[in-house]
Write a protein that binds this ligand. Structure first.
Ligand SMILES: [Zn+2]
Length: 310
């Protein structure tokens, strides 16, 4: 019984309009899950036997456009970081957010329950020789919880996944790694997850593409993600495992401009206990829900106060 949490940066929900790449994207795996090409805000919520898909709030009661540092802190900790700061902070976490991450991050919370956790993203050798002063929320959360970060050697063995899924970016930077088809990368993530109670993977090319307003690349990313998800689902047991997909703010769903959006973001649950996501209304409730599922060793019927009021 494991949870695979896939975080996709800058991945909001829009409508079937020409500025939304998803409107034109080929996504057979997701279409099959959602029983149609329904990944739109107005189509949510979608409930089926295998899937719960919702549009959830990323603003958390704070004025302005949601940003990465606060949004990701909210996801990785369950704390309303925006509210604590009083604004949405972009980019990397500041000292106040780092304090929240150290105390409340999802890895630490699950380890306290005796659960095994992994952040499955691989890091380049140069990362390990740096002092880690400027790192994202995801990286800081893993380091502060004492996790061993995955390496290029892990990638070669299929025991990690690179942030771009295929290793193409790594090859361009001169690393001697094989290209991995998205389906295979998804299967690799599934294989990794078999050894852990929680497996986390972060993908942020979506946010980069949104800022660049690169429509062609955005379509490629949709295909990439769809194939990756398809591969993952063939290599996990949906009767025992739960896949959760979440984002920190919108961006790639609206290429009419190059900024983040205040759109709702998708929350998708696939597999065992997915119905427990029905009551989730914002990004702050993900970590408490996952913690509660593992505390009970039961992913069903999780109720109670998971609100972002802390
Ligand atoms: Zn961004």
């Amino acid at each position: 019984m494991g949870i695979i949490l896939i975080f996709i940066d800058g991945f909001g929900l829009s409508e079937p309009v020409t500025t939304n790449p998803y409107f034109f994207a080929a996504t057979p795996c997701l279409d099959n899950l959602l029983e149609g090409h329904h990944f739109y805000a107005s189509s949510m919520p979608l409930f089926s036997n295998a899937v719960t898909a919702k549009a959830v709030d990323a603003k958390l009661g704070v004025e302005g456009i949601p940003q990465s540092a606060t949004g990701q802190t909210a996801i990785w900790t369950g704390i309303n970081a925006q509210k604590r700061l009083g604004y949405h902070l972009h980019g990397l976490p500041n000292s106040q957010l780092k304090s929240i991450i150290i105390e409340h991050n999802i890895y630490r919370r699950l380890k306290a329950l005796g659960k095994s956790v992994i952040f499955a993203n691989a890091y380049r050798p140069s990362f390990f020789s740096s002092n880690h002063s400027y790192v994202s929320v995801s990286t800081f959360a893993a380091i502060s919880a004492g996790l061993c970060l995955c390496t290029v050697d892990d990638l070669k063995m299929g025991t990690a996944v690179y942030q771009d899924i295929t290793n193409k970016a790594l090859q361009r930077m001169g690393e001697d790694v094989p290209l991995v088809p998205p389906v295979s990368a998804g299967k690799n993530l599934g294989q990794i997850s078999k050894q852990f109670d929680l497996t986390v993977f972060e993908f942020f090319q979506s946010d980069i593409v949104g800022h660049k307003r690169d429509f062609i690349k955005a379509l490629e990313i949709w295909t990439l993600l769809d194939e990756f998800l398809g591969g993952l689902l063939t290599n996990i047991n949906l009767a025992e495992d739960l896949v959760i997909i979440i984002s920190d703010h919108g961006n790639m769903e609206d290429l009419s401009h190059s900024r983040h959006t205040s759109n709702l973001v998708p929350l998708v649950g696939i597999g065992y206990g997915h119905r427990a996501l029905r009551d989730v209304s914002n990004i702050c409730e993900i970590t408490p829900l996952i913690e509660e599922m593992h505390r009970r060793n039961d992913f069903h019927e999780i109720k109670g106060d998971l609100s972002a009021s802390r």
